[in-house]
Structure formats: structure tokens, C-alpha cells
Ligand binder design. Structure first.
Ligand code: SF4
Ligand code: SF4
Length: 438
């Protein structure tokens, strides 16, 4: 019996073909080149070495995913996610979590000098994009963008039969590459402030503070940037959320969501679906929202009274928020815990932008996931692959529409449903019907 094609009954239904092993070797070699440069603190010949490293990783990814998805009929392929060590909290999963957490800790809390080899390696690219030598943040931004694009390609192949997923993936890749990588670099090259058009207050908490207004005010373009940020926070956010739900941002635009949807896709089933997790989630995310509102208000009060009332308190509060939420939570835990808690740890438990969008989505939005309950066979695929830990099956079994603040509208629940039960309301391409495996 061919267990590999059936994916049932075998002790481990995951098989890696010879081509895939070769692809993994290519990608691994690319990573090794990066590590050598990093630890040797010497880029040797930066441009050829950089091209070799990224080229090997890109070629390895491409070869692996083509073999994985294009050699079989289109349709959802989640075979073996609970059998793979990496995606089932096995040894490789824990190792990945330790490495990612370590990397982010070094990035956020370590000195620039720790990244000397990598900054030298990425400097040719940085000069091309921003006209300046690379610092550790450029290296991070470049690797982040590379991950979104490479894993976005994988995601695109995996869900190629589902138009909603393909368009959504092109969207996050476009915004990450264009708006979070190229444009801020280009602005630097033009001696303008490095502005990220895809982030606004409260996610980018600094954009809402007096020091940001003062900083941008020093540039001719500054008032437009301030106006743009205010418009996005106070006008576009409620209007777009009313029409589309929070997915317009969390699943189509945001860089954090972009990484979660692409690089984080192999881990989406690891989100905790328990009631307890839902309770903790609501407490945590609204506490962070409260903290950022308080912090911003304190900074403005302090600025208005020129420090006479609050002294150094507001700045100390802002610094603490930056360390705890901005660095430790959104960075270190947010990505480092992908292999343990799923891909949306930050979006689910900490992001203040998601909190606001969630409140709007629940109270004032046309978005919902409609349910054709009579067709549900209670297989639980929808709940399993919901990265936000929503027990979608609970709603499906009762024929009850899903209206949840945390839902990011990724549409995966609808895509993996074998019965076409779920439908993202208003989506002309109807992820629900297209998700049916025929
Ligand atoms: S309920 Fe469905 S659309 Fe919403 S986050 Fe979960 S999987 Fe995505
Ligand atoms: S995936 Fe579809 S059939 Fe399975 S439990 Fe969810 S709604 Fe029901």
C-alpha cells in the first residue's frame, strides 16, 4: 500500500523526496554562508557573498516548494503537519524557537558591533536602496523582506487554487517590499525622514508622540506625513474596517501580519483554541491598548506643560513600554514563539492596532464569516488552521455566523473546509466555495 499518497495509517506520512533534500541543502548552505560572515565579522567580498547566500536560499526554497506543490494537483496540502518535528513542537520546533528568540534578543538588546559582519555584507544593497551603509536594522529589514517574499511564494503555490489567498499574498508581499523596504530607503536617500507608510499609531506608537511631530516638522514633507498618519488612524481605519473588517490591514497590508501569513504559515495550527486562551488574549491585548493610550496622553500632557507636571515620568513610562511591548513582546516573543504558539502570538495577544481594529470589527463592520451549518461535518479543519485560535467549528456546528474581534480575515478556515461551509462575507471570490477540495 502506498502510504505516502494516502497519508493515513503510516507511522509517519511525511516523506521528503531526493529533490527536496537537495533543495534543503541549497537553502542550508545559504544560511551557513550568512553565519560564517556573521561570526567571522568579515564579509570577505560583500556583493558576491551576499548574492551567493541569498541566491542559494531563494533557489532552495523555490526548488523545495515546486516539488512539494506543483507535482501534485492543486488543493490544500497540510499533510503531516502534526508529524513534522518542526511544525509539531518537536526537537526542530524547539530548536527553531530558541534560535529565533536568541536572534531577536541579540537584535533588540545587543550592540551594533555584534552585527559587524552582516552589516558589511549588506552594505552594497543598503547603498543601492538608501545611499548609506547598512546598520543592523537594515540587515533585519532586508532579511525580513526576503522571508516574506520567499515564503510568500511558497504560500502562493500552496493555495494557488484559491484566488483570495493568492491576491492577499501578493498584497502583503507588495506592501512589505514596496512600502516597508524600498520607499523608506528611498526617502533616506533623498535626505527625507525614513517613514513607514504601512504603520500608524498605535502600532507605531512613536508616530503619535510630540517628539515625532517635532521631528517630522523639521522637514518640508513633514506636515504631509503627520497628516497622512492622522488620516490613517482616525479616518481610514474606521472606514476601511467598516467595509472589510480588520483584514484590510492585518491580512493584506501589515508587515507583522505579512510575516505571520507567509513564514508563519507552517505553524498556524499551533494556536491555542481553549477558552482560557481567549480570556487571556482579551485581557492582554486590551491592556496593551490601554498602556499605549496612556503613554501617548502622558507624553502630550508633559509636552504641553513643558515637564512641569510629570517631570521625567512620562518619558520613563514610554521607555518602559518600548522595552516591554515594542521590543520584548512584538519582536522577541512575537516571532520567536512562532514554532511553539503559532504565527500570530503578537497579533493575538499584544498588538494595540489589532485591538482597535477588533473593537471596530465587532461593533461596526459589515465583515463576518457566514456559515452554511447544515453542511458541516464537524471535521474541525477550520478550528485547527485558525491562526487566531478561534474555534470556528463551534460556530459552524450551530449555523452561527462568526463575528469575532480577533479574526484577521485570513480566510484559511474557509479555504480548508472540505464542505464549503464558510464564506467571508463580501468577498467576491468567495474563499469558502473555492476552498472545497474536489
Ligand atoms: S476565523 Fe478564519 S478568517 Fe478568521 S482568523 Fe480564523 S482562520 Fe482566519
Ligand atoms: S472545516 Fe467545514 S466541515 Fe469541518 S468543522 Fe469546519 S465548517 Fe465544519
Amino acid at each position: 500500500m502506498n502510504y505516502q499518497s494516502l497519508s493515513i495509517g503510516a507511522p509517519n506520512p511525511v516523506m521528503t523526496t531526493g529533490k527536496q533534500k537537495l533543495a534543503l541543502a541549497f537553502a542550508g548552505l545559504g544560511v551557513v554562508v550568512l553565519l560564517i560572515v556573521w561570526f567571522a565579522r568579515n564579509a570577505f567580498a560583500p556583493l558576491p557573498v551576499l548574492l551567493t547566500s541569498l541566491g542559494l536560499m531563494a533557489a532552495g526554497t523555490m526548488l523545495f516548494v515546486r516539488e512539494e506543490y506543483l507535482t501534485r494537483p492543486a488543493g490544500i496540502k497540510n499533510n503531516g503537519v502534526w508529524f513534522r518535528s518542526l511544525s509539531a513542537r518537536g526537537v526542530w520546533g524547539w530548536l527553531a524557537a530558541v534560535v529565533l528568540t536568541g536572534f531577536y534578543t541579540a537584535l533588540y538588546f545587543g550592540p551594533e558591533s555584534w552585527f559587524a559582519g552582516l552589516t558589511a555584507l549588506f552594505s552594497p544593497l543598503s547603498r543601492l536602496v538608501s545611499g548609506q551603509a547598512a546598520d543592523k536594522w537594515f540587515v533585519y529589514g532586508a532579511l525580513y523582506t526576503f522571508s516574506v517574499l520567499a515564503m510568500g511564494l511558497k504560500f502562493g503555490y500552496k493555495y494557488r487554487h484559491n484566488r483570495y489567498q493568492v491576491i492577499r499574498t501578493i498584497s502583503v508581499c507588495f506592501f512589505q517590499f514596496g512600502f516597508a523596504f524600498l520607499i523608506p530607503g528611498f526617502m533616506k536617500m533623498m535626505n527625507q525622514p525614513e517613514y513607514y507608510f504601512t504603520y500608524f499609531w498605535p502600532l507605531k506608537d512613536w508616530y503619535g508622540t510630540p517628539s515625532a511631530v517635532q521631528y517630522f516638522g523639521g522637514y518640508a514633507i513633514g506636515p504631509y506625513l503627520i497628516a497622512f498618519g492622522a488620516l490613517m488612524t482616525f479616518v481610514a481605519t474606521p472606514v476601511l474596517t467598516w467595509f472589510f473588517g480588520k483584514r484590510w490591514y492585518c491580512s493584506w497590508v501589515c508587515g507583522c501580519g505579512g510575516l505571520a501569513e507567509t513564514a508563519g504559515d507552517p505553524f498556524r495550527h499551533l494556536s491555542d483554541k481553549s477558552l482560557r486562551a481567549w480570556q487571556i488574549e482579551r485581557w492582554m491585548i486590551h491592556s496593551v491598548l490601554l498602556a499605549v493610550v496612556l503613554m501617548t496622553a502622558l507624553l502630550w500632557v508633559n509636552s504641553a506643560y513643558r515637564g512641569a507636571v510629570l517631570g521625567a515620568f512620562s518619558q520613563a513610562f514610554a521607555t518602559g513600554y518600548g522595552y516591554v511591548v515594542g521590543m520584548a513582546f512584538s519582536g522577541v516573543v512575537g516571532v520567536g514563539f512562532y514554532p511553539l504558539m503559532g504565527s500570530r502570538v503578537w497579533c493575538r495577544f499584544g498588538c494595540p492596532q489589532a485591538a482597535i481594529l477588533g473593537i471596530l470589527q465587532k461593533k461596526k463592520s459589515k465583515f463576518r464569516i457566514t456559515v452554511n451549518g447544515g453542511q458541516c461535518i464537524s471535521c474541525g479543519n477550520c478550528s485547527t488552521y485558525c491562526e487566531m485560535g478561534i474555534d470556528v467549528r463551534h460556530y459552524a456546528q450551530r449555523g452561527q455566523d462568526v463575528v469575532r474581534a480577533s479574526c484577521v480575515g485570513c480566510g484559511i478556515c474557509a479555504a480548508v473546509c472540505p464542505r464549503g461551509v464558510l464564506r467571508l462575507e463580501g468577498a467576491a471570490d468567495d474563499a469558502g466555495e473555492r476552498g472545497v477540495v474536489r
